[in-house]
Design a protein around this ligand. Structure first.
Ligand SMILES: O=C(O)c1[nH]c(=O)[nH]c(=O)c1Cl
Length: 313
């Protein structure tokens, strides 16, 4: 069997990539992703200028996952754009990395996407509408009117492939409302989900929180969030028109977790917490485990089962 996938008109040797934010802050991080067995990779969400982010500790690995309140630290859009344009020139036959952007508001999102639109970048852009950790800034994607207004403005000028990164939703009315907004726009994909916002992890021995920002509140990733991630992948896969693809993110630690996301309808798969834990060797491991599952089940390709989750009749 083969793990090859077609996404936005490009062929990838497998569906696995990093989740923006993990292993993608510096050019060294990005080079290690380029050397790995991932099928693709994405930059840290960029703002107009570099940001230090929140005080540390701001990312902590815990037994069932992770908690973070990074605060959008990044080197600024020019740094990442220079990196991806350099790779485009040096490796013209390869798929370019994905670019992630996260403005502090609609104006900055427009500005960032204009920079990408006016550049030679020929890859895929991810608009992060779900950063949960900038104090005082509500997540865009939890404000449906703002989301609609943002996408309306963006598609007045942006003609390159664009996806949006969403936080988790927990209510069918919200799945329906968000899907009806997203279906109005020529999106390449929707990425479900970002970390589950504002969780709390406690160190009992110290009787303390474990991250410094926001009195210890932070986005939760890892095993904790797989059921929520799978539900969001499935909810949007079944509601969005079929040319809007799904990237599945959340709780992928094994080939089985990857299989579950694909069964729910995901086309590409992003790994965050487990990549942070294990390093880039994870891509070799999960590709191997996923291939074993296809072999055991007699599938030749991911197309044979993508989205074909059974309900109970
Ligand atoms: O605090 C962060 O930098 C951060 N952390 C997350 O868990 N998701 C995001 O989209 C971002 Cl932007």
């Amino acid at each position: 069997p083969s793990l090859e996938v077609e996404f936005c008109g490009r062929l990838y040797e497998n569906p696995l990539m990093n989740a923006s934010g993990v292993c993608c802050m510096t050019t060294d991080d990005l080079d290690s992703m380029a050397r790995s067995r991932s099928g693709a990779f994405i930059t840290k969400s960029a703002t107009s200028t570099d940001r230090a982010g929140n005080p540390e500790p701001r990312y902590v690995t815990v037994p069932l996952g992770s908690i973070n309140s990074m605060g959008l630290p990044n080197k600024g859009i020019e740094y990442y754009l220079n990196y991806v344009l350099d790779r485009q020139k040096r490796f013209p036959s390869e798929n370019p990395p994905f670019m992630s952007v996260a403005g502090m508001g609609i104006d900055e999102n427009i500005k960032l996407l204009n920079i990408i639109q006016d550049s030679e970048f020929s890859g895929i852009t991810e608009l992060n509408l779900s950063c949960p950790n900038v104090p005082g800034k509500p997540q865009v994607a939890y404000d449906f009117e703002l989301t609609d207004r943002t996408l309306k403005s963006v598609f007045q000028f942006f003609t390159k492939p664009l996806g949006v990164k969403l936080p988790p939703f927990f209510d069918f009315a919200h799945f329906d409302d968000m899907a009806s907004i997203l279906n109005k726009y020529p999106l390449a994909y929707v990425n479900c989900i970002n970390s589950v916002g504002n969780g709390l992890y406690i160190d009992v021995e110290k009787e303390s929180v474990v991250i410094k920002p926001k009195d210890g509140f932070g986005g939760i990733g890892g095993e904790y969030i797989k059921p929520t991630a799978l539900a969001n992948v499935r909810a949007f896969y079944t509601r969005l028109n079929e040319n809007i693809k799904i990237i599945g993110t959340g709780g992928i630690r094994t080939g089985q977790d990857a299989f579950e996301h694909l069964l729910c309808g995901a086309t590409m798969l992003q790994i965050g917490t487990e990549l942070q834990n294990e390093g880039t060797g994870i891509f070799e491991r999960i590709n191997t485990e996923l291939l074993q599952i296809l072999e055991q089940k007699g599938y030749q390709s991911i197309e044979d089962f993508r989205g074909k989750l059974h309900s109970i009749t």
